[in-house]
Write a protein that binds this ligand. Sequence first.
Ligand SMILES: C[S@@+](CC[C@H](N)C(=O)[O-])C[C@H]1O[C@@H](n2cnc3c(N)ncnc32)[C@H](O)[C@@H]1O
Length: 239
Amino acid sequence: MKSVLAWLREVRSNASSVGALLPSMPAVGNTIRKHIKDDGKPKAILELGAGDGAVTAQIVQVLKPGDRLELVEINPSFCQELQRRIHQEWASYLSGVEVVVHSTGLQNCQFHRRFDVVISGLPLINFGSDQVQEIYFQFQRLVSDGGQLLSFEYACSRRLKKFLGQLTGNRDLVKTCKLIEEFHHKNQVGWDPVLLNIPPMKVRRFYLGAANVKDESDSETVADCDPNQSDIRPSKTCS
Ligand SMILES: C[S@@+](CC[C@H](N)C(=O)[O-])C[C@H]1O[C@@H](n2cnc3c(N)ncnc32)[C@H](O)[C@@H]1O
């Protein structure tokens, strides 16, 4: 209850960037977790828009010593909650797992490695078309060859938004919706409905051809967020 009230407080002041009336219910994380395969090798997982950890709470349960988990979250209050949960609630799952929380927007982060699984809860539908295009480019770079992108969104919300955009003459919103549709059409390999959420969600799966994207760095190290690019607050990687 306390966490729902905290969530609603953030929705009131940052509705567009939070992009959800309520945190995801466990069914969303459980659906995502099913698609994280264990091939016996250490895995690197990146979650974008981790919020207060509603999905992360399920993901940590499939991690093993040697794995790596990176979380990106723009909202400082949610980041504090993530830190609390990492150190208190999830400590037993995270023993031997390297965890990094990037307390800033994805646009301010530079990664020098790729991830076996990228999970996105980013509310792309609320972003401008330029930002969505940039994020799609980043997705291509972030998913390793043979890796996957799992993203979730409210069922039907995009169709409704596109209709509203057309009705009100909001061209950029319509362009954002079209970009999202094109990306799905080109890259999606499947999706699962999640009815046990308010409102119901779709978890989408994508395989991205990362090999086709030029990568200037093959370094295994992870660079922190770029402090020169932060326009929200000083970039901070808190771990
Ligand atoms: C729809 S919520 C999902 C939260 C959580 N994963 C869940 O399922 O309950 C989207 C989250 O993305 C975060 N967010 C929005 N824009 C972002 C950005 N540019 N970079 C990183 N996080 C962002 C919001 O603060 C919010 O926590």
